[in-house]
Design a protein around this ligand. Structure first.
Ligand code: FE
Length: 250
């Protein structure tokens, strides 16, 4: 079986959210599809380990915010790589609600759907949740974000709970490695760097480790660059989190 064949399937990216006991929950999903038009029904595929999944089944409602191509990538870091069990993902996130009360994220969306849960199907790691659309609207005429664009532009992987998640090592074994660009480091700069802090740092969102000795050539960061010297707009190559989400390793 060729795992990269799955990358030829087309998807969008959405924030799936609900509200239960006055609290809001949500995650980034790429599986939303319309299954009937009369009545208008959609299905989402939601991982059993997603905190939001149980809340959707409990509250019997969910919203779908269709992300736009120029998405604020911090939304993907928060909703795709953090758990609602540990934090309020909706802190500082502007939402509206419609018929069911499920929160709709408007800031980076082109459209939304408000749904009532009609049925659910256990398919192993995930639960397919069938919802009747009770309201919907278009926010802007912009282009929706596709999963392909997300993967290619932001170089991000699917979060582990996504139905499309593929083990990175398995994927790399199928991928032809890109040529490594050799970066010349001058002798004097090496000795200058020796006095600098070459501690590694971990992204608190996805676990990516920045190792100064290796740098991040894919992002144009040469080997030997201390974390402190990374540009302020440096982003985690995995989940796109900004520098403030990194912590120093002991
Ligand atoms: Fe990260």
């Amino acid at each position: 079986m060729k795992l990269t064949a799955f990358h030829k399937l087309s998807y969008g990216l959405y924030i799936i959210a609900t509200e239960a006991d006055g609290k809001k929950f949500g995650y980034i999903g790429n599986t939303v599809f319309q299954v009937t038009s009369e009545p208008s029904q959609v299905v989402i595929s939601s991982h059993k380990n997603n905190f939001t999944t149980s809340k959707i089944l409990e509250s019997k409602k969910f919203s779908i915010s269709v992300l736009k191509k120029e998405v604020n990538t911090s939304l993907i870091g928060i909703f795709g790589f953090m758990s609602g069990a540990d934090m309020d993902k909706f802190n500082n996130i502007e939402t509206i609600s419609s018929v069911t009360g499920a929160p709709i994220v408007t800031g980076s969306s082109v459209a939304w759907f408000d749904c009532r849960v009609v049925n659910s199907f256990d398919v192993g790691s995930h639960i397919l949740i069938l919802g009747e659309v009770v309201d919907s609207d278009v926010i802007s005429g912009g282009e929706p974000l596709t999963y392909r664009h997300y993967r290619e532009k932001y170089k991000m992987l699917a979060p582990k709970n996504a139905p499309t998640y593929v083990d990175k090592e398995k994927l790399e074994s199928e991928t032809v490695p890109e040529p490594v660009v050799k970066i010349e480091v001058k002798e004097e700069s090496v000795s200058e760097k020796a006095a600098e802090d070459l501690s590694s740092y971990t992204c608190k969102i996805c676990g990516f480790q920045y190792n100064p000795e290796e740098g991040d050539p894919a992002m144009g960061i040469p080997p030997g660059t201390p974390f402190e010297d990374l540009p302020e707009d440096y982003r985690c190559p995995i989940c796109n989190a900004s520098k403030e989400y990194f912590s120093k390793n002991d």
